[in-house]
Design a protein around this ligand. Structure first.
Ligand code: HPA
Ligand SMILES: [Zn+2]
Length: 360
């Protein structure tokens, strides 16, 4: 698995696996804001309860909750589907380009405060088309804010069109065609929604078409679904990155392959706890994944629903696992290396990361 580097400069190269699960922490030293890339983020999952109520009022929509407290009481999930039901229902408040822009602006502002310097943001176009909202409305609303993210927040961004795996592939193909026809500013495609029973192979043609169009490729796999879905996403879809992927730990041959090929896994610890994929944060496989030498990063998934943004994920991980400054810096370096940003932007962010003081 290679040597364990003990200096920041080593993060310039390929991140290297540690030989122990966790290092000594230095809890007395306040965490410095690590520059990170957020690679797994659903923009619709950033709709905070307050914004849901504000947009409902603006658009004359009556919500099925009397107030914020009643809405927050619904944030008790038993599995992925119980979350998705609320996630899709709350999208009803997104009606105009301005609504999509307001949601995106709020995320960028909060993410910048969390140390996010590059964000790859998924949008679920089919979830809006099915409500009668046009592709132009949702795509342009989000993209208009991303266009100036560097000037406004010092954050580079990429828009990822995510496709709903519980819908037929034909629907995804039609939407991808429409996105390409309108020259939508997307850099990649993803695959999300209900995983079990909707294996990656169902979307073979979609991924072939996206690859042909020059788009980067990622897909959710191994969140609730089995390790075999991760293998399928790699072998049939040809994805470069796996979103979640925690179930890979059930398959030692797969872990070895992911390590060898340095396949990025965009892990979302608080999401996994809230969706009951793991019992508690203390049971999360992240330390074991790091110890195995996997290329993992920390992401927030749907921060408004799962109890926190990237900084909250890091803070709670630190509290439970006593991650060292070195472990955190490695996770940050992994996120940057695993992004679809330009090589120039990656180098800039790695330099920023390496210029910080390490307390370990
Ligand atoms: O965590 C998730 N998993 C699958 N689909 C999703 N869509 C939004 N969030 C998620
Ligand atoms: Zn996700």
């Amino acid at each position: 698995m290679g040597d364990y580097p003990d200096r920041m400069e080593n993060f310039e190269g390929e991140p290297v696996a540690p030989e122990t699960e966790v290092s000594e922490s230095n809890a007395a030293v306040p965490a410095r804001l690590l520059p990170v890339a957020e690679l797994h983020l659903h923009i619709e999952g950033t709709l905070q309860p307050e914004l849901i109520f504000a947009l409902a009022e603006r658009n004359g929509i009556t919500l099925p909750y009397a107030d914020l407290d009643e809405l927050r009481q619904r944030y008790e999930f038993t599995d992925l589907q119980s979350f998705l039901d609320l996630y899709y229902a709350n999208m009803a408040v997104l009606q105009t380009e301005e609504d999509f822009a307001a949601m995106t602006h709020a995320y960028l502002e909060r993410a910048a405060a969390a140390g996010v310097r590059h964000a790859e943001i998924m949008l679920d176009p089919q979830a809006h088309l099915s409500r009668g909202i046009s592709l132009e409305t949702c795509v342009n609303g989000v993209a208009s804010v991303l266009a100036t993210s560097m000037e406004d927040f010092g954050m580079s961004t990429m828009l990822i069109a995510a496709f709903l795996r519980d819908l037929p592939e034909e629907s995804a193909l039609e939407v991808l065609d429409a996105l390409l026809a309108m020259d939508a500013p997307i850099g990649a495609i993803g695959l999300d929604s209900a995983e079990v029973g909707n294996p990656p192979a169902k979307f073979e043609r979609l991924y072939a078409k996206a690859r042909e169009a020059g788009l980067r490729l990622t897909a959710h796999a191994g969140e609730e679904g089995p390790a075999s879905y991760v293998v399928e996403a790699l072998d049939v879809l040809g994805v470069e990155r796996i979103d979640h992927g925690i179930r890979c730990m059930d398959d030692t041959d797969l872990v070895e392959r992911l390590v060898d090929e340095r396949i990025p896994l965009t892990v979302c610890p608080l999401s996994n706890v809230r969706l009951r994929t793991v019992d508690t944060l203390a049971d999360h496989p992240l330390p074991a994944m790091l110890a195995a030498g996997l290329n993992v990063s920390v992401n927030s998934d749907d921060p408004a629903y799962f109890g926190g943004y990237v900084d909250d994920n890091f803070a709670q991980l630190e509290a439970v696992f006593e991650l060292s400054e070195f472990d955190k810096a490695r996770l940050a370096a992994n996120s940057i290396h695993s992004s679809f940003a330009s090589e120039e932007r990656k180098a800039e962010l790695l330099e920023e990361l390496n210029s910080g003081e390490l307390a370990h």
